[in-house]
Write a protein that binds this ligand. Sequence first.
Ligand SMILES: C[S@@+](CC[C@H](N)C(=O)[O-])C[C@H]1O[C@@H](n2cnc3c(N)ncnc32)[C@H](O)[C@@H]1O
Length: 268
Amino acid sequence: MKRKEWILKIDSKRSNEIFEFLSFYGLTSFYSESLPNGKEETFHIYTEDKSMIDEIAKKFGVTCEMKISNDEDWISIWRRSLKIIDVEKGLHINPDPERFQDPEDGITVKVTPGMAFGTGEHETTKLAASLLKTYLKDGMRVCDVGCGTGVLSAIAKKLGASKVLAVDMDEDALKQARETAVLNDVDYEVKKSDLLLNVNEEFDLYVANIVFDVLLKLIPQLPHKVLFIASGVDKPRADEFANFCEKMDFQIIEKRCENEWCAFAVKT
Ligand SMILES: C[S@@+](CC[C@H](N)C(=O)[O-])C[C@H]1O[C@@H](n2cnc3c(N)ncnc32)[C@H](O)[C@@H]1O
């Protein structure tokens, strides 16, 4: 299939803002590359929605070049760039199981390379996974809010969760999350829900890697006295996030950051 590909260059410090903008609009068909100078990134965005591109150009003060490309081209370029992700010692994500063998040590979760968010490459996924490794204790019941490919649900299951519920609003994400369960030979429930609106039971631990504004909407829906792992907070708004939690009488147990992103472990 032919697609419009929009190419733009931006200061690396602002790449998270574009990422957040695209995630907010539910656009997952894009990738970015760091330029050799280390200071800029090139974004390749695949969309027919010219008004979204105009908004990006205006908001970020950039020019966007357009070319027509094949779906297969971008998938193969992007797929070639994938590699095994070492979240930390003993916890890995295999983003292309047809190409890579799982590492021999610890736990590896496989995901199928596709377009729904969550191959595990992004800092926000890695931070959430690493906090899960620290705080998930054997037998805990876990709810993964905004599960994407289900990568965090599969990790939770492999780390010893007794039950996992994966929820998302996006049909493609739900389909991929089900596929990830099969691929990893783990068992978790996948359900369509806008945050926790369609979730009728309580869990010991909630994990969410979602954009900032949506995290703030989720917080008042959480039950008391449970663990909450929140990822997707950009560094400049980390204090705002912590203050919001404290206003709710939630206790911040830990903040972990990588590059421009932070994640929190919170006791509600
Ligand atoms: C940044 S991705 C994270 C995917 C995966 N959990 C990970 O860590 O790689 C955010 C996901 O949240 C979902 N999402 C956004 N708003 C949501 C909402 N209100 N309710 C449920 N899911 C939502 C999106 O569809 C997307 O799959």
